[in-house]
Design a protein around this ligand. Structure first.
Ligand SMILES: O=C(CO)[C@@H](O)[C@H](O)[C@H](O)[C@H](O)COP(=O)(O)O
Ligand SMILES: [Zn+2]
Length: 197
């Protein structure tokens, strides 16, 4: 296949996945935004984590809350747990890589905070342990997943929210995760600071 056809095929696959996701994810994204707004209104904060591309997504989300999304508004409290290389390497070196997020959550998480846990497979051990730590700290979990939700889906409690992209392809799932994150930022801003339109 020539490269132009390949590019068109990738764009079309992304569009198709987004259309299928739109049909099923909207209520879950709305609910997740309400969970986050409720936490922010009650002095809570957002912690976020993921591996690889999802680590970037975790940071993308926290930077849009801490700095700004699309409008001027006060900074909102968020911490990506993927950025402190000293902390991450020491936990991985002294304990296991599976604990790089959970140990941070046990230190920083407070009841009522929200963990945004991102994994396309739902099976990354360090994200699973992060969810367990969040529950121990009485935090609410918003899980961005894909495929069949993996081990993450079966760990979630009734008050948690799963946003599961209907796809088995990691890249397509990540593309919808980013869109879901932008929806969350938009809905948080409009609920806290009024609709702009
Ligand atoms: O961005 C990509 C693939 O598109 C990779 O870096 C990918 O995020 C990594 O392989 C992750 O380790 C996958 O983890 P997960 O989504 O299964 O939790
Ligand atoms: Zn990627």
């Amino acid at each position: 296949m020539d490269m132009q056809s390949r590019i068109r095929q990738l764009f079309q696959a992304s569009i198709d996945t987004k259309q299928q996701a739109m049909a099923v994810l909207a209520p879950h994204i709305e609910l997740a935004s309400q969970v986050m707004v409720n936490a922010l209104l009650n002095e809570g904060k957002m912690l976020s984590c993921g591996n690889g591309g999802s680590a970037g997504d975790a940071q993308h989300f926290s930077s849009e809350l801490l700095n700004r999304f699309e409008r001027e508004r006060p900074s909102l409290p968020a911490i990506a747990l993927t950025t402190d290389s000293s902390t991450i390497t020491s936990i991985a070196n002294d304990y296991t890589f599976n604990e790089v997020f959970s140990k941070q959550i046990r230190a920083l998480g407070q009841p009522g905070d929200v963990l945004l846990a991102i994994s396309t497979s739902g099976n990354s051990a360090n994200i699973i342990q992060a969810i367990q730590a969040a529950h121990d700290r009485e935090m609410i979990v918003v899980a961005l997943t894909g495929r069949d939700g993996g081990g993450m889906a079966s760990l979630l409690l009734p008050e948690d929210v799963e946003i599961r992209v209907p796809s088995n392809v990691t890249a397509r799932i990540q593309e919808v995760h980013l869109l879901a994150i932008h929806c969350l930022c938009d809905l948080i801003d409009s609920q806290l600071f009024g609709s702009e339109e």
